[in-house]
Design a protein around this ligand. Structure first.
Ligand code: ADP
Length: 673
């Protein structure tokens, strides 16, 4: 069916609908003839042009409307361009002064109007007011520019900060060098003074000068270490070492302070954990010594326990967790967060009462991170603290070869008032398939013996309340069989002098390394195996002979390494001074003619190689025996040491047996001058 033809009435109706639609559109719409004279517009446009109705626009040009002259000219120019080209233009952004005086931003479209023959007869324009968007865009642009400026300023200040931090580290390094040089002079002089006739009072003054000088050097070294880490300049070394030795050496350094306070020092390594690990022993020991020193410092009674556990990550890569647990004063919960910040102490009274700089934990935290882990703390006020840290290490499966046959089933009586120590000793013996019988007092031990319990050997703690280890040992001969029981006494450094007895077959110094305990038990029960290579030569009177006459200079930059080496040399009764780098060595030999220089190869400011070359090229008359301390096992490094003029080398970590051997070699070859 066809639709009916449109009638005139319908057309008029349609036109008025169209007009309504156009007038309702949110856009601004206008149309002009070929000369840019307005033909019509919608209501919105009439409003911005300040006209009361769209009809009033007819016959007007842009010059009759409230826009500025420049704007009117711009619009006419734009109209002409569109009409001349016949091409519509869309999204032209223009500004326009409105009837209400407001400056508006418009986005305009202009389309040429054509008659039936295709001739251009005018133009149709529409626009939208984007003033609000434009303002936002301008705001955004301004913000962007501001941001760019701030970023640039930040970059500049960051550069300045990095520079300042480097300058600071350099300044600290220089300053500590400047302080250390005269300090070493002072300390070096004290060792010369000790050789002169002194009254007791003078001797004690000299000792105070020496210990004060040394504690000042420790603080300076802490500051230097910290700034080195901050500046990213700390280089790690990685070499295999024995974990057992590392821990017991760290413990030995704090043992005198712990023993003076009657604190038990204990450690336990998870059974089966590889003991030969590869990491930076110097830095690991530094963390342990720092945490142990704090534990001793902040604990009055009880015990300090190191535990080591581990988790295999992949192949021979492990994550080891070390925990240092004390029964000391503890730390308030609200202070735990800031504890690892540099120069932070729990409160101001800490410095007055305990001393310290507040740098130790900050250094431990940074070192643990460098070693692949982190530092953590748990603490309860009045009960104690546990500082733990993790490190990632390469580990070789334990080379321990226990002669289980010889030890298996042997019944060992353990007497110790310290429960933790009883637990550690028992589990160690159990891991060797022995049968430990732990009791916590001499009285209990005697009851068992009286009851006729058979034992193959006994382990006594020396220091126990009521009945000490020696009294217990002395009362054994009254009992049948017990009189011939092999006895092992566990004592702290210094206890040995307190009592001695033929009844004791072995004295072991606490904390006891499991290897030493194994060796002792193995010697009792006749095993042929030696499970670990020996790290400690027994210091016999024979060993000490001659060595005590040597005057030694130890050149080593790391304080903990210094202490460990000093401890060994002390056991050999040698006289030792310390230098922290090559420059200090050259300085020191001007005051004192040392027989031997133990020279670390890698040191800041001037390394051992350069110092040796300089020293060898200097005096023809005085030439000390120089022993390189090489962290690297590479043959080429050793050759470099010898080429530079050193006489011998030992590898780090320094071992007593090697040290004794090389010092004897020095005496045989050159003899103390
Ligand atoms: P320092 O001991 O030289 O002041 P540290 O960084 O080693 O610096 O320690 C910071 C502070 O943390 C100490 O001053 C002390 O207040 C607290 N602290 C550290 N270790 C312990 C601990 N084992 N028990 C109680 N407080 C501790």
């Amino acid at each position: 069916m066809m639709s009916p033809a449109p009638q005139a009435g319908h057309i008029i109706n349609a036109m008025s609908h169209l007009e309504q639609v156009v007038s309702k559109l949110p856009h601004f719409i206008f149309w002009k003839d070929r000369n840019s004279v307005y033909w019509g517009c919608n209501k919105n446009f009439a409003d911005v042009a300040g006209l009361s109705s769209p009809a009033q626009i007819i016959g007007k040009t842009d010059f009759d409307l409230p826009w500025t002259r420049e704007e009117a000219e711009f619009y006419r120019e734009h109209d002409r361009r569109v009409m001349d080209s016949g091409k519509p233009e869309y999204e032209i952004i223009e500004s326009q002064k409105q009837a209400d005086g407001r400056e508006a931003w418009l986005i305009t479209n202009k389309i040429p109007l054509l008659d039936d023959d295709g001739n251009i007869i005018g133009i149709l324009g529409t626009f939208e007011d984007i003033t609000q968007h434009k303002d936002q865009a301008d705001e955004l642009q301004r913000f962007r520019m501001k941001l760019t400026k701030v970023i640039k300023e930040l970059e500049v200040s960051n550069k300045q900060l990095v520079q300042a931090s480097q300058t600071k580290s350099q300044f600290l390094a220089n300053m500590s060098h400047e302080i250390r040089t005269p300090m070493n002079g002072v300390i070096g002089m004290t060792s010369i003074l000790f050789d002169t006739p002194l009254t007791d009072e003078q001797r004690s003054f000299v000792e105070i000068i020496r210990t004060s000088g040394e504690s000042l050097l420790t603080i300076i070294n802490d500051i230097l270490d910290f700034s080195k880490i901050e500046a990213g300049k700390l280089e790690l070394e990685e070499h295999p070492f024995d974990l057992d030795t590392c821990i017991s050496e760290a413990m030995n350094l704090v043992a005198p302070a712990a023993s003076a306070k009657n604190l038990e020092l204990l450690y336990e390594i998870e059974q089966g954990l590889p003991l030969c690990i590869q990491s930076d022993i110097t830095r690991l020991r530094q963390i342990l010594v720092n945490l142990l020193s704090n534990a001793v410092k902040f604990t009055e009674t009880g015990e300090i326990l190191i535990t080591v556990s581990g988790e295999k990550l992949e192949n021979n890569l492990y994550c080891y967790q070390f925990a240092v647990k004390d029964t000391g004063i503890g730390i308030p919960t609200d202070r735990l967060d800031s504890l690892f910040d540099a120069f932070s102490q729990v409160d101001a009274s800490t410095t007055r009462k305990y001393g310290g700089t507040g740098l130790g934990l900050a250094i431990c935290n940074q070192l643990a991170r460098l070693l692949g882990g982190g530092l953590y703390v748990e603490s309860e006020l009045g009960k104690g603290s546990t500082f733990s840290f993790t490190i990632v290490v390469h580990a070789s499966e334990s080379s321990l070869s226990i002669d289980r046959e010889a030890l298996s089933g042997k019944r060992i009586l353990i007497v110790d008032d310290n429960k933790t120590n009883l637990k550690i000793l028992s589990s160690t013996l159990q891991s060797w398939e022995m049968e430990p019988i732990p009791v916590s007092s001499g009285q209990e031990a005697l009851e068992l013996i009286e009851g006729g319990e058979p034992f193959d050997a006994a382990l006594f703690d020396y220091k126990m309340p009521e009945m000490d280890g020696l009294t217990l040992a002395e009362s054994l001969p009254q009992y049948k069989d017990a009189g011939t029981l092999p006895l092992i006494m566990l004592s702290s450094i210094g206890d040995r002098q307190a009592g001695s007895s033929d009844l004791i077959s072995h004295w072991l110094i606490k904390p006891v390394k499991s290897i030493d305990l194994y060796r002792t038990l193995a010697s009792l029960f006749g095993t042929r195996h030696t499970p670990f290579p020996s790290h400690h030569a027994n210091v016999t009177e024979e060993n000490k002979k001659d060595l005590s006459a040597l005057r030694i200079l130890l050149a080593e930059d790391n304080v903990i390494n210094q202490k460990v080496a000093l401890k060994m040399l002390e056991r050999l009764e040698c006289r030792v001074d310390v230098a922290a780098n090559g420059m200090e060595v050259l300085n020191a030999i001007q005051h004192v003619k040392y027989d031997v220089i133990l020279m670390d190869v890698i040191m800041p400011e001037m390394d051992g190689i350069e110092a040796t070359r300089k020293l060898r090229s200097k005096s023809k008359r005085y030439q000390p025996y120089i022993i390189a301390l090489t962290a690297s096992a590479m043959e080429s490094d050793r050759k470099e040491c010898l080429d530079a003029g050193m006489d011998a080398y030992i590898s780090k970590p320094v071992r007593m047996d090697e040290l004794v051997k090389v010092l004897h070699h020095c005496i045989e070859n050159k003899g103390p001058k």
